[in-house]
Design a protein around this ligand. Structure first.
Ligand code: HMG
Ligand code: MG
Length: 296
């Protein structure tokens, strides 16, 4: 049976904007974030502390964290100690680390093999847990890699198990290039839910092939009730060719509400947040609920 409640982790300000070529001003990002908070978002990836040479759009990470009003769980993404130290100094209260199951993708994304990344992350995560900080581990290319093709599901589970052994609070398991099918979503998330009873399991779908909502339904049926989503369907990883945006928060929330699954989020207010960011990103935003909102 399906859950009565689900949690949305809004990733628009991070995954949504990181792929935008045109720099969005810090002020416009902060307005987007505060509109998302007003819509009822309680957990959000605010930004990422990564190399500004690799992702220029995220160069203002410190200012984003400093100037965001505290509310719910404020997560920042980072690959290394430099990023973690800067994030905590700025006042972040949760850290997301990220690694690809596939070596080639991990190398393109963080210039390290998957094993090298895990070696770097282990002591950092153990220290964060000692300090009582919420740690989320984002698992990229959990289903498919843009360079290597299909990923062995046992490799994904093995990587997740290492993070669980180190005490992470949450696994966000990602279909980086939006290629998974509902059958694959159901299979992997069923295994994850059975294997890791003490860890929050979150599904992160990109919508390249328009299967993200179907994949979310399949994950719901597997018992998952936490979903990453990006307002306006913005997003994509600059180092994953062929990936487009994340599933749109307003469309996920609408689907859940119509199925009597509560999220505590207001769809109209979400659309206001999308309206606030739309003029500052490339292209027009055509998600289902936002299009209805604009034509109302
Ligand atoms: P590198 O060039 O191998 O390493 O990059 P480096 O140590 O030589 O660092 C290069 C420069 O960056 C140095 O500056 C460092 O100080 C600086 P320089 O000395 O040349 O002036 N630097 C930093 N600056 C600020 N914050 C930091 C930081 N670290 C180093 N934390 C590195 C290695 C990992 C840094 C680089 O590859 C990188 O930043 N990669 C990030 C890529 C990224 O952000 N990808 C997108 C996020 S993941 C994603 O979207 C997937 C996800 O959504 C799930 C899914 O859908 O799959 C989560
Ligand atoms: Mg992503």
């Amino acid at each position: 049976s399906l859950p009565n409640n689900a949690t949305i982790i809004e990733v628009g300000p991070r995954d949504g904007l990181q792929n935008e070529d045109k720099l969005v001003t810090t002020e416009n990002k902060l307005t987007f974030i505060s509109e998302l908070q007003k819509a009822g978002i309680q957990e959000m990836e605010l930004t990422s502390f990564v190399s500004p040479k690799w992702v220029p759009q995220m160069a203002d990470a410190k200012d984003i964290v400093r100037h965001t009003q505290k509310m719910g769980r404020q997560i920042v993404l980072t690959p290394n100690k430099k990023g973690i130290d800067a994030a905590l100094a700025a006042g972040a209260d949760a850290v997301a680390v990220f690694v690809g199951v596939s070596n080639t993708f991990n190398q393109k994304n963080i210039n390290k093999t998957t094993a090298e990344s895990m070696e770097i992350l282990k002591p950092l995560i153990l220290q964060l847990k000692k300090d009582g900080i919420f740690v989320r581990a984002c698992i990229s290319t959990a289903f498919y890699c843009p360079f290597e093709g299909a990923v062995k599901q046992s490799d994904t589970i093995d990587l997740c198990r290492q993070f669980v052994d180190w005490g992470v609070n949450e696994l966000s398991v990602a279909d980086t290039i939006g290629m998974a099918t509902p059958a694959e979503s159901y299979r992997l998330f069923t295994e994850l839910m059975e294997a890791f009873l003490e860890t929050l399991i979150t599904a992160h779908f990109h919508d390249t092939r328009k299967m993200a909502l179907a994949n979310i339904l399949a994950a719901l049926q597997a018992g998952v009730n936490r979903f990453d989503a990006s307002a306006g369907g913005l997003g994509g990883c600059p180092f994953a060719p062929g990936a487009t945006g994340n599933v749109a928060t307003e469309d996920v929330v609408n689907m859940l509400h119509r199925m009597n699954i509560d999220t505590g989020i207001d769809v109209d207010a979400l659309c206001k947040a999308v309206e606030a960011i739309e003029p500052h990103v490339s292209g027009t935003i055509n998600t289902g609920m936002y299009t209805l909102y604009k034509n109302r």
